[in-house]
Design a binder for this molecule. Structure first.
Ligand SMILES: CC(C)(COP(=O)(O)OP(=O)(O)OC[C@H]1O[C@@H](n2cnc3c(N)ncnc32)[C@H](O)[C@@H]1OP(=O)(O)O)[C@@H](O)C(=O)NCCC(=O)NCCS
Length: 178
């Protein structure tokens, strides 16, 4: 296991997780602001590759497991991304519809952010958010990100750039918030 929070575990992918992740990424509601449902065959091929990860692999998406049920309920992690010519690291959080509204995205995003700043010593994270995706913007704000501007993606879509720099004292701050 990589990260544990109060209600969630974030760990490496097992083959048995694939059906839940395929269901997640082919759900039109889940992917509404993320480019729409993915092609199932390409998705399975990508996930099969992810299942080969054995080492510490800091960048990429990892399954989110709900502790109370043991079910895979999401996918989150860090993806390198070029944003207007600048090399950024994007924080990604995607949860199954059935568990929306329980604070899971905030919990997962906070844990990945701490991992990024403390273990990987990254200096900055961004989240690229569709202006209509109010819940995602709220999650970004709850973990201390701020709307830093907008960007036009290669698809032509305009997304909001939420960003947060690593700050001294992050660890102490998180201890108080929990
Ligand atoms: C966005 C998403 C990750 C949120 O997951 P979640 O586990 O429900 O999030 P949380 O419960 O931690 O927090 C959601 C917050 O957004 C708020 N919210 C929910 N719907 C909202 C809306 N339409 N507009 C504004 N805020 C909204 C909630 O009230 C909550 O804030 P609060 O704690 O201040 O009340 C989830 O809906 C999801 O996976 N969506 C599809 C994938 C996606 O869009 N990911 C983000 C890509 S940038």
């Amino acid at each position: 296991m990589l990260l544990a929070t109060r209600q969630l575990q974030i760990r490496f992918l097992h083959e048995k997780d694939v059906p839940a992740l395929v269901a997640l990424w082919t759900d039109p509601d889940v992917t509404r602001y993320m480019g729409g449902p993915r092609d199932e065959e390409m998705l399975r091929a990508g996930l099969a590759k992810d299942a080969q990860w054995t080492d510490e692999a800091p960048l990429g998406l990892l399954p989110v497991v709900e502790v109370v049920s043991g079910a895979v309920v999401g996918h989150c992690g860090l993806i390198p991304k070029d944003v207007d010519g600048r090399s950024e690291t994007e924080l990604i959080y995607v949860l199954a519809r059935a568990v929306w509204g329980k604070g899971y995205a905030t919990e997962a995003a906070q844990a990945v952010m701490e991992y990024a700043f403390e273990a990987l010593v990254l200096a900055r994270l961004v989240a690229l958010i569709d202006p209509a995706n109010g819940a995602s913007a709220r999650v970004a704000e709850k973990i201390g990100m701020q709307h830093a501007g907008d960007t036009v993606r290669p698809s032509g879509k305009v997304l909001r750039v939420y960003a947060r720099d690593a700050r001294r004292g992050d660890r102490a701050l998180h201890r108080v918030e929990r």
